[in-house]
Design a protein around this ligand. Structure first.
Ligand SMILES: *Cc1c(COP(=O)(O)O)cnc(C)c1O
Length: 403
């Protein structure tokens, strides 16, 4: 008996060429602004080293991460040039990392400004900063009163050397929400109180609100990774870059009346053919998809039955009229990321950011760049994976008898 050479863990295929294409497409929408990249949370789960290098290769020189630790990993990946801003600010315990990796803290309070001014006095060449002002979201950023304080303390301003004044939109995803215009107005008014500094307001959604929102820099994240950011997805330029693929570990036939999975949350109403698939909530398949979500086999949406468990999810493949067998590949995340997010009662951002550490990241390199390890792409015209995946789902054009 031989088994097919399948892997028992899921794979996230990341199309780096498409990430770069998405970067270029967003750049084309914002010709007068610099385009930074938001790569926090391991580049939304895609892997900050590969994503950072790919974007750097596209000319991106400004990056946003959340923590100093994330910034250090990115710095090691992209080298000494390029600005890396740490959104969560300058915490004393991160001082060494911030200075050592030349990371720029984003200043969100007067106390943080005073702290960083002190640090700056201690060292020769402290990294510059960005100043984040709150314009109505009430998350991070200086309040209006603190903006006034900073505006009056010219020495403090000079000590922290901000190269950007920024704010963040709360409702950019809702194109017609009145809060967008209100925040735009507040941003102009508050920033005008500070010494003249380049400005930045827009995330991905903000880019689609129009050029009044672009200022001198935009900071897209989700749009680079092919996620939709607004309630008008057909207007968005980013295309899908990821596929979460998992292997079928077992095919099981059960009789009507039998139960499936933990807590027996599903009882078969008919005889069924189940595919037991190697991806669970530890990999980023939300438990909330239990008994209601879908995965895709042979381009068909297949229902999840029973509870999603840590390493394994069960699918009802009774109605597929194509072969289903061990080593076959199931797609959990792909072009239909937003639909999956709706089913799971969450948002596309969370589906990406929660992709598990166990998931193997498999990067499709842009054609021009050499592949670092593994077999080289021959002169194929499509991006080449590092290792062959057995039992790719046959396209619907292939005869079903193939597997
Ligand atoms: C996450 C984040 C972004 C990027 O947002 P997207 O919606 O992913 O484009 C930009 N700015 C700030 C301050 C952020 O926290």
């Amino acid at each position: 008996m031989t088994l097919p050479p399948y892997s028992t863990r899921p794979t996230l295929r990341v199309d780096l060429a498409q990430v770069k294409a998405n970067y270029e497409a967003l750049k084309a929408l914002t010709p007068r602004a610099k385009v930074a990249a938001s790569v926090k949370a391991d580049a939304y789960g895609l892997g900050v080293e590969s994503i950072g290098r790919a974007l750097y290769g596209s000319g991106c020189r400004i990056f946003f991460v959340a923590t100093a630790g994330e910034g250090k990993i990115l710095r090691d990946a992209i080298g000494p040039n390029g600005a890396i801003y740490v959104l969560n600010g300058p915490a004393p315990r991160d001082k060494g990392t911030l200075l050592g990796a030349k990371l720029k803290p984003v200043i969100s309070s007067v106390d943080q400004a005073r702290y960083w001014a002190e640090v700056s006095r201690e060292v020769n060449e402290p990294p510059y900063t960005a100043v984040h002002i709150d314009t109505g979201m009430n998350r991070l950023g200086l309040s209006e009163a603190e903006v006034k304080t900073l505006a009056h303390e010219k020495d403090l301003w000079r000590a922290i050397k901000p190269d950007w004044v920024m704010s963040h939109l709360a409702c950019g995803s809702m194109t017609d929400h009145p809060m967008n215009a209100a925040q735009l107005l507040a941003f102009k008014r508050l920033s005008a109180a500070l010494p003249e500094t380049p400005l930045s307001l827009a995330n991905t959604a903000g880019i689609y609100l129009g050029k009044n929102y672009h200022f001198q820099m935009v900071r897209p994240g989700i749009g680079l990774y092919g996620g939709k950011a607004t309630d008008r997805p057909d207007k968005e330029v980013g295309k899908s870059v990821v596929k979460l693929l998992a292997p079928i570990l077992q095919v099981r036939y059960i009789k009507a009346g039998e139960n499936i999975g933990y807590d027996a949350t599903h009882t078969a109403a008919r005889d069924m053919r189940l595919a037991i698939v190697g991806a669970g909530y530890a990999d980023g398949v939300p438990v909330s998809l239990s008994n209601k979500g879908h995965a895709v086999i042979h381009d068909q949406p297949i229902p999840v039955v029973g509870r999603v468990s840590m390493d394994v999810t069960t699918l009802d493949t009774t109605d597929i009229h194509l072969p289903v067998q061990i080593g076959g590949v199931v797609e959990f995340l792909g072009d239909h990321m937003e639909e999956r997010a709706r089913e799971a009662g969450t948002i596309n951002y969370e589906l990406l950011a929660r992709l598990g550490q166990r998931v193997r990241r498999d990067y499709w390199k842009p054609r021009q760049e050499p592949v670092k390890s593994g077999p080289r792409p021959s002169n194929r015209s499509t991006p080449q994976k590092r290792t062959p995946t057995p039992n790719r789902p046959p396209s619907s054009k292939r005869p079903p008898s193939r597997r």
